[in-house]
Design a binder for this molecule. Structure first.
Ligand SMILES: Nc1nc2c(c(=O)[nH]1)N[C@H]1C(S)=C(S)[C@@H](COP(=O)(O)OP(=O)(O)OC[C@H]3O[C@@H](n4cnc5c(=O)[nH]c(N)nc54)[C@H](O)[C@@H]3O)O[C@H]1N2
Ligand SMILES: Nc1nc2c(c(=O)[nH]1)N[C@H]1C(S)=C(S)[C@@H](COP(=O)(O)OP(=O)(O)OC[C@H]3O[C@@H](n4cnc5c(=O)[nH]c(N)nc54)[C@H](O)[C@@H]3O)O[C@H]1N2
Ligand SMILES: [Mo]
Length: 667
């Protein structure tokens, strides 16, 4: 992103035209970054709560007072019988920069002996499933999709959430490639594909096995690749044999012919690429679904070609030196780990000792974490000392005892890896921090000093930290040093071009092969093979619940929001109009719901109000609520997470946002 500055004020942001992946284009939401940065709603100085928790009434204090109070309370808790693990950090995707996201903050909480946070809220099910088969978060170079012959866009809505991949997919389409979307919802992406496979949520592993069954039955395998570069083919084939097109189609709620056609295309069109993404791993069987899909490219030898194979995340291609940035060696004692995805339960019932202080930064859990009623109950505890470091007064900020102002990306230094492309990036500050806002690294530096943490690592500057971000000596970062990165902005990892990571095998697994059958999983007490793990909540897996709540509810990202970020900007809200729930004409008629009606969406966990949009984009039996709205800006004061549950995925301890049954009624 290039920023034009005049007299100290940023006046324009645009994509860097010479950056190969993004090529001059900012996505819809980030193109509004100036509105965000200069919003009149920015937090400008530290504040202390004056009203009741949740009221959002605050009075200005100085940084000295704010840090003094935090240090005092942390010290009191650390010295109490509960000890420092009664303190919990809570952070995720506000910025995913390596400095502002995972450096001085981690060092601080490690040295303090605070509870560790299991950061599972987005991607850990898919990461575990992919890792079991492929070994690391690596895959195709996103730029190569332009040369693919077939692209399966699986559990992914790139028009909304992955624009720079979508550019490549369109380029491939212009060159004659076939595009298939696999998604319960006819998203803006599915609309533009040649075929849309509208399977039921949480049935992706069944579809992957159905494809395997046809590939095997029709002899569409790359036997040579399988023999040389994989483990466990016979066992996998035995499991796939049960997934006939009929059984697969029945489980997925699609036609058997569609399964057969998809498999034959996948087995014959070259190069065949899969862009799987995180939408498909937000159901109970999400880990195993990714695991089953990760087997497909090896079965047909798709990895042989740079434009074949698959990509979930490229983050594991970057040799990030987490040990240097985060300093786990500083950890005091052996603190427990708390899963961020079940923060509602952690704050209200499960934790012993109880969580007595929480420090939230880079996250808005009151809006984004599942089962809001529990999350709100937890944050409402008068005995919970709550610090929130934020750019805006979010739903979570309303519950803060101490509220601290944060800088935006334009005002801070950072170094980034990526989970989509292969370039390391420098984030140079374009403008000075607004008012009294401070970056995360600086706040933790100052807090460390207040707490008397004397290790020199707490005095390192952002430049010092950035120099340690990647493992020096790793060939992939050859030629990438912080000073030249700062000057150039970005640089591709030192990888061959074209990049075909597994053309000759060499998978980063213990065996060096693609592991259909995994000894590691077996040793961990898991199934050594992938399997279809049905949803917690679906008509097939829980018919009793489905009688009361017959509709599957999914709440994927709205185009104009970034999770709950940007969801307070007037322009972004205007584009999204209002919280809406898309419902099939048949489901709407059965409930006497008209287009534009106000409806209540509800289950045993809670309810939200939304505007009904009647459309066959939602398949029968599935309703779709683009998210994540701020609760306090939504009519009724609830968002989609009033409905979602804290149940976790099969692998990776991740949330099951899209595994959720509801009913809809006129409000
Ligand atoms: N505009 C915008 N862009 C974003 C974000 C945002 O909030 N807004 N968020 C960013 C972040 S943090 C992430 S993790 C990514 C998320 O982006 P993606 O990884 O693309 O994931 P989702 O958007 O959650 O879901 C993608 C598609 O999966 C579908 N889906 C839901 N359930 C299932 C299922 O069981 N099976 C299958 N096959 N499909 C299913 C949804 O209908 C949706 O169209 O996007 C990033 N980009
Ligand atoms: N129902 C439903 N729930 C979901 C999802 C969904 O699809 N449906 N998506 C899930 C996914 S994929 C994810 S990744 C999570 C994301 O959830 P979060 O990680 O909570 O992401 P955001 O909602 O964007 O909130 C990030 C907050 O960090 C603040 N912030 C930004 N930069 C900085 C900074 O430099 N310093 C500090 N201190 N603060 C900063 C922003 O102002 C923002 O309020 O939500 C999950 N929740
Ligand atoms: Mo995410």
């Amino acid at each position: 992103m290039l920023v034009t500055v005049e007299n100290g004020r940023a006046i324009e942001v645009r994509g860097a035209p010479d950056h190969p992946t993004t090529a001059g284009t900012l996505c819809t939401k980030v193109a509004r970054y100036l509105d965000r940065t200069y919003s009149p709603d920015r937090l400008r100085h530290p504040m202390r709560r004056v009203g009741r928790k949740g009221d959002g009434r605050f009075a200005r204090i100085s940084w000295e007072e704010a840090l003094g109070e935090i240090a005092l309370r942390f010290r009191q808790i650390a010295e109490s019988a509960d000890g420092p693990q009664a303190i919990l950090p809570y952070s995720y995707a506000g910025t995913m920069g390596l400095l502002q996201g995972q450096s001085m903050d981690r060092r601080f909480f490690h040295r303090l002996g605070a509870s560790l946070l299991d950061r599972t809220i987005c991607a850990s099910a898919g990461k575990a499933g992919w890792g079991a088969v492929v070994g690391a978060s690596m895959g195709m170079d996103v730029e190569e999709y332009a040369n693919s012959g077939l692209i399966l866009i699986w559990g992914s809505n790139p028009v909304t959430s992955n624009l720079h991949f979508w550019t490549r997919a369109q380029e491939a389409k212009r060159r004659g490639a076939r595009l298939v979307a696999i998604d319960p919802y006819r998203s803006a992406t599915a609309d533009k594909c040649h075929e849309h496979v509208a399977l039921l949520p949480g049935t992706d592993a069944a579809l992957a096995f159905g494809i395997m069954q046809v590939l095997i039955a029709d002899g569409l395998l790359d036997r040579d690749y399988i023999d040389r570069h994989t483990i466990g083919f016979d066992a996998l084939a035995a499991r796939a044999a049960a997934w006939t097109p009929e059984r697969t189609a029945h489980t997925c709620g699609i036609a058997p012919e569609q399964v057969v056609r998809l498999a034959r295309e996948y087995g014959t069109i070259r190069p065949a690429a899969i862009r799987l993404n995180y939408g498909l791993q937000r159901a109970r069987g999400g880990g195993n679904a990714v695991r089953a899909i990760a087997c497909l490219p090896a079965l047909v030898g798709a990895w042989r070609h740079p434009a074949g194979g698959a990509l979930l995340s490229s983050s594991g291609t970057f040799p990030v030196d987490a040990a240097a940035l985060e300093r786990p060696d500083l950890i005091r004692g052996s603190p427990r780990t708390i899963n961020m995805s079940t923060i509602g339960d952690a704050l209200t019932r499960l934790a012993d000792p109880p969580v007595r202080a929480i420090y939230v930064y880079n996250s808005n859990p009151v809006a984004v974490a599942p089962e809001s009623s529990r999350v709100v109950e937890g944050f409402s505890r008068e005995d919970l000392f709550c610090v929130v470091h934020e750019i805006f007064r979010t739903d979570t900020a309303d519950y803060a005892d101490i509220l601290l102002p944060a800088t935006t990306q334009l005002e801070q230094t950072d170094i980034h890896n990526s989970y989509g492309h292969l370039y390391a990036l420098a984030n140079n500050p374009a403008i000075a921090p607004l008012a009294e806002a401070l970056p995360n690294t600086e706040v933790f530096r100052r807090l460390a000093a207040r707490m008397g943490f004397t290790d020199p690592c707490f005095r390192e500057s952002d430049d010092d930290l950035a120099r340690q971000a990647f493992r020096a000596g790793d060939p992939r970062v050859r030629g990438i040093d912080w000073d030249s990165l700062k000057a150039d902005g970005w640089r591709r990892l030192d990888l061959p071009r074209p990049y075909a990571p597994f053309a000759q095998g060499g998978f980063p697994t213990p065996s060096g092969k693609c592991e259909f059958w995994s000894a590691r999983m077996q040793a961990a007490g898991e199934d050594p093979l992938p399997d279809h793990v049905p949803p917690y909540e679906s008509a097939a897996s829980n018919p009793d619940l489905a009688r009361r709540y017959p509709l599957a509810f999914i709440s994927p990202p709205a185009r104009n929001f970034l999770n709950s970020s940007f969801a307070n900007l007037p322009l972004s809200i205007a584009e999204e109009t209002a919280p809406r729930v898309e419902i099939h004409p048949g489901d709407a008629a059965a409930r006497d719901i008209g287009d534009g009606d106000s409806v209540r969406v509800f289950n045993d966990r809670g309810s939200m109000l939304a505007m009904a949009r009647i459309t066959d984009r939602a398949r029968m039996g599935v309703v779709v609520a683009p998210s994540v709205w701020w609760r306090k800006l939504a009519p009724g004061g609830e968002n989609a997470n009033a409905l979602t549950s804290q149940a976790l995925t099969d692998l990776g301890r991740a949330p099951t946002f899209y595994d959720c049954l509801v009913e809809v009624a006129p409000a």
